[in-house]
Design a protein around this ligand. Structure first.
Ligand SMILES: NC(=O)c1ccc[n+]([C@@H]2O[C@H](COP(=O)([O-])OP(=O)(O)OC[C@H]3O[C@@H](n4cnc5c(N)ncnc54)[C@H](O)[C@@H]3O)[C@@H](O)[C@H]2O)c1
Ligand SMILES: NC(=O)c1ccc[n+]([C@@H]2O[C@H](COP(=O)([O-])OP(=O)(O)OC[C@H]3O[C@@H](n4cnc5c(N)ncnc54)[C@H](O)[C@@H]3O)[C@@H](O)[C@H]2O)c1
Lengths: 206, 206
């Protein structure tokens, strides 16, 4: 199991390479990447060696090639359709955020159990009822689902998503979701962002 | 500069120790923590040694003591008041999330520039106008602020927060915020959660 921090670093490298490519830079050294990302150069070289033999000593990495290899390894080689369940506050914020599409994740359908929400528009999407989820995903073939419903409803929603063909779940509800083998669940807890902010504030004043 | 992944790991250890304490467990070995967290035991011992000489060989760590030391190092020894700016979809979802208070972060005031929002209630709080921010924080003395406004408004909001005494900012707007020396900014990009999910899904099928 590759530890989470490595995955977080790969994401950081990908963002860095995308920015370099936007600026028209075609090669980069691990030292230059260290300046951009704040991660030490030896760690970068070690992480990239997981991906393959990509650098040329003394020359550095080809930005476009390294980016493509990283995207391939992270399963980002093609766009992903995403089903969102929960058209409340969080669901609305996720729908309107441009950052997902930029990374190739497109929310293509929104579902909710409340009759007051079904039929309303959320951005460019119409909120659909939960009964429609399985039928709709036969056509849409999304593999990623997002859970933005209250804690008590989350497990039931996860079961619906898995039964409809979803293989990866981003869970925002503060509860542990049980899924069968082969389904990947990632729990998001924004409280960890506050903890990290607090850590850096505490270190800044040491 | 301690790299981000270490900070993320410290958060993970803290969550693990809190769960052990709830279950009434008073000592834990690095191997047992490895089982709980999925982080390898040698990495755990190395990280904890940053915090201090805490383990006893062959016996393990005292759960309560290690937790308190970690909280101290992460600046979590006391509760933090938080100012939230932006009472839109994201702001509403952040206000209603119980997970922040559990970690000692309390949203104590919400501000918005839209007259249609000012005076409305968001959870137990009344939405205040931006003109009130500096005056209110003279009494509240919050040190952490959250930016949940559109991209174009984010820099202006950051300047207001810093002028009002805020020292740490959690920024959700997809734009780089410029602040003076001594102010900590942490940018949140939920797209990275999708990327991590995608990485694990891609690895599961290799
Ligand atoms: N992890 C984090 O950092 C974080 C941050 C904020 C909110 N949250 C969590 O996200 C979730 C949503 O928060 P919110 O503020 O948007 O809540 P909300 O009440 O505004 O929205 C919840 C939506 O889920 C719908 N719903 C309820 N049961 C359902 C079911 N069985 N099937 C389908 N839809 C159902 C409701 O009709 C509602 O529209 C909550 O669990 C909250 O705790 C997590
Ligand atoms: N980083 C992420 O992962 C992520 C995810 C979702 C949304 N977002 C971002 O969060 C922000 C908020 O999203 P949302 O969906 O809640 O938007 P929204 O439009 O629902 O809410 C924005 C709120 O900000 C207020 N506002 C605008 N200008 C202001 C100013 N100068 N001072 C004070 N308040 C002001 C508006 O009145 C509104 O209430 C956006 O920038 C969005 O891109 C980020």
């Amino acid at each position: 199991r590759v530890p989470d921090p490595t995955v977080g670093r790969l994401s950081t490298y990908l963002h860095c390479l995308r920015a370099l490519e936007r600026d028209g830079i075609t090669t980069v050294s691990s030292a230059e990447m260290a300046d951009h990302t704040g991660i030490n150069a030896a760690q970068i070289r070690k992480d990239v060696s997981y991906i393959g033999e990509l650098g040329r000593p003394g020359v550095g990495y080809d930005v476009g090639h390294l980016k493509r290899c990283l995207m391939e390894r992270m399963g980002l080689g093609q766009p992903h359709g995403v089903l969102l369940v929960g058209a409340g506050s969080l669901g609305s914020a996720l729908c309107s955020y441009p950052g997902f599409a930029e990374q190739g994740f497109f929310i293509i359908a929104v579902f909710d159990s409340s009759p007051a929400k079904v039929g309303r528009r959320l951005g460019s999407l119409e909120v659909l009822s939960m009964e429609e989820l399985a039928r709709r995903n036969r056509d849409l073939r999304a593999r990623i689902g997002v859970i933005a419903v209250p804690r008590d409803a989350a497990q039931g929603v996860a079961d619906c998503l898995v039964a409809a063909g979803i293989r990866g779940i981003l869970n925002f509800a503060p509860v542990k979701i049980e899924v069968r083998e082969g389904i990947t669940v990632r729990n998001v807890d924004l409280a960890q962002e506050f903890e990290a902010l607090s850590y850096y504030m505490a270190s800044a004043t040491d």
